[in-house]
Design a protein around this ligand. Structure first.
Ligand SMILES: [Zn+2]
Length: 90
């Protein structure tokens, strides 16, 4: 039986519109490295929690918060403390 909370978890593609409004581009194919465990995912693959106040994207490996977005009437606040930009492949 699925835990009820699992029904609320989407992937980062579900928030592509919100990310595009903020960054002005499609962010789902951008790589994000988890600052906690070093796992690298496309933003579109992160676990998306959209039923909290704001949007929370979590690491698929350790569920640490990678990106947090709170939208308000005057704009949006984006917290990326859990995200590192991975080194380009050599
Ligand atoms: Zn992680």
């Amino acid at each position: 039986m699925t835990e009820p909370i699992d029904e609320l978890v989407l992937d980062g593609n579900a928030v592509a519109g919100a990310l595009s409004e903020i960054y002005g581009d499609d962010m789902t194919t951008v790589l994000a490295e988890c600052a906690s465990c070093g796992n690298v995912d496309h933003i579109g693959e992160l676990l998306a929690y959209v039923h909290a106040p704001g949007i929370v994207l979590r690491c698929t490996a350790c569920t640490t918060v990678v990106l947090r977005i709170v939208q308000h009437p005057r704009g949006a606040r984006v917290d990326v403390q859990g995200k590192r930009i991975p080194r380009p492949p050599k």
